[in-house]
Design a protein around this ligand. Structure first.
Ligand code: C2E
Ligand code: MG
Ligand code: MG
Ligand code: MG
Length: 292
């Protein structure tokens, strides 16, 4: 009887694994065609300055709309795109589209903002990465200071010597460098000091905790204070409530990004926000915080 159960369990797992493997193959097939079929778009999420209350940047986030699968979330396909190397052509499209969009807002007469683009490990390993980014800037006419490259701790921690060289090349080009999801990896801020980083993005897990009694903002506060002592600015990710914004503002965080201000949205919607001057209420700004 135990044997019987064991066999059934095995068959169950084998079937489940087969199904997973099949799904992966199917997804990969669709992913291979997605770029040329024009199934990708970018959405943009505002990054808002806590001094002025204004939008000073946006992060470009990839969206995939498949005719049968519907909307596929990045978490479901970015990993596969990396494993298959498809992220390289897709990533090139992302950088070009994002830079062209930012230039288009500037041409329309809107106040210039930064465009943040996520880079994957696989792209980072491309030998001509910095050159190809330089070419995109030249072709789109976007000044380098308005491009912000987001890297994760994991990318920075791997192949350290090469990494420093690539980051230095990016800095020489004049783009901004940010560390994404900070706090989820294993690097310490002291270690990161070796890299020419401009901005650190506190992962939303820590932002989520700041209104909870046990943490009470201690971790976020410590990250902000240490980053500032190293001359690095801080963006808090995943800010979902006014209460979180208020604590971050009081703790001298530089910028916030999250659903509370705006979900990732279309370029048209961002254009309208910039035009209308959508901003954070004055009582939540850092200058107000100091007077309290
Ligand atoms: P990420 O770079 O850390 O991007 C932030 C993610 O948090 C986005 O998820 C965004 O929609 C989400 N988010 C923003 N505000 C809030 C909030 O207030 N609450 C919550 N719960 N979530 C919020 P998304 O767009 O699903 O992307 C997930 C991840 O996929 C990204 O994390 C990034 O690692 C990757 N990704 C997205 N677009 C690209 C891309 O163009 N290239 C690469 N290489 N990776 C990308
Ligand atoms: Mg990011
Ligand atoms: Mg992040
Ligand atoms: Mg992430």
């Amino acid at each position: 009887r135990a044997k019987e159960t064991g066999r059934n369990t095995f068959q169950f797992y084998a079937a489940a694994m087969n199904e997973a493997a099949l799904q992966r193959v199917r997804l990969e097939k669709h992913l291979r065609n997605a770029l040329e079929r024009g199934e990708f778009t970018l959405q943009y999420q505002p990054q808002v300055d806590l001094h002025s209350g204004r939008i000073v940047g946006v992060e470009a986030l990839l969206r995939w709309q498949h005719p049968e699968l519907g909307a596929v979330a990045p978490d479901k396909f970015i990993g596969l795109a990396e494993e298959t190397g498809l992220i390289v052509p897709i990533g090139a499209w992302i950088i070009r589209t994002a830079c062209a969009q930012n230039k288009a807002w500037q041409r329309a007469g809107l106040a210039p903002i930064r465009m943040a683009v996520n880079l994957s490990a696989r792209q980072f390993a491309q030998r001509d990465l910095v050159k190809s980014v330089a070419r995109v800037l030249e072709e789109t006419g976007l000044a380098p200071e308005y491009l912000d490259i987001e890297l994760t701790e994991t990318i920075i921690m791997s192949a350290v010597e090469d990494t420093i060289a690539v980051l230095n090349d990016f800095k020489a080009l004049g783009v901004q460098l940010s560390i994404d999801d900070f706090g989820t990896g294993y690097s310490s801020l002291a270690y990161l000091q070796r890299f020419p980083i401009d901005v650190l993005k506190i992962d939303r897990a820590f932002v989520h905790d700041i209104t909870h009694a046990i943490d009470n903002g201690a971790i976020a506060n410590a990250i902000i204070a240490m980053a500032h002592s190293l001359g690095i600015e801080v963006i808090a990710e995943g800010v979902e409530t006014e209460a979180q914004c208020e604590i971050l503002s009081r703790n001298m965080c530089d910028e916030i990004q999250g659903y509370w201000f705006s979900r990732p949205t279309s370029h048209e919607a961002i254009g309208r926000m910039l035009e209308e001057g959508k901003c954070i209420p004055a009582h939540l700004l850092r200058s107000q915080g100091r007077q309290r």
